[in-house]
Design a protein around this ligand. Structure first.
Ligand code: HEC
Length: 152
């Protein structure tokens, strides 16, 4: 079919016309990691880096600011926020997602919180990083509450 089209040398327009009938190829992605793997090896470690660079620790030594102190430190937080944001999309892939609207709501909630966290890191906004880190945590726990703990 395509060969036939190609032999008709009517140029780009004819070719475009022929290609209209071609089914879009299924992307060859592989959902090999389980949701548990994704949580344990990807989402949790990256979120941990964001949380570990947010807020303060108050103890007998006084108050320690956990915020990054160097441009490289901020870049690590920014990178990991981007990772969490994009991983939240992979939670919704067919083959991983339970295909329920609630699941997508929580995954998108995580996405938006991680993007806000990325912007806070870009702006060196310490309070914003703490706040958006809290929003990320809220998205994690909302989904876990429903899908892991099965609380309605
Ligand atoms: C859209 C739903 C959803 C979101 C959002 C989500 N999780 Fe999960 N998480 C799950 C499910 C479902 C499991 C249980 C997987 C299993 O055991 O099969 C899980 C399990 C886990 C586990 C346990 C893995 C193990 O070793 O048993 C950790 C840790 C975890 N999540 C961390 C996080 C963190 C951190 C976030 C937020 C940054 C997050 N999750 C966001 C659905 C979600």
């Amino acid at each position: 079919m395509l060969t036939k089209c190609l032999t008709v040398t009517l140029g780009v327009f004819a070719l475009a016309g022929c290609q209209k009938n071609v089914e879009p190829a299924q992307p060859p992605y592989k959902v090999e990691l389980t949701t548990k793997d994704l949580m344990q090896h990807s989402i949790d470690p990256s979120a941990g880096i964001i949380w570990g660079a947010s807020g303060y620790v108050v103890d007998e030594h006084g108050t320690t600011d956990l915020s990054p102190k160097t441009p490289e430190g901020w870049a690590v937080v920014e990178n990991n926020a981007a990772i969490v944001a994009e991983l939240s999309n992979t939670l919704m892939l067919p083959g991983r997602s339970p295909e329920e609207p609630k699941w997508n709501t929580y995954a998108v909630q995580l996405h938006d919180a991680a993007m806000a966290s990325m912007r806070a890191a870009q702006q060196r906004d310490r309070a914003g990083l703490l706040r958006t880190g809290g929003d990320i945590y809220a998205a994690c726990t909302a989904c876990h509450k429903y899908y892991v703990l099965r609380e309605k």
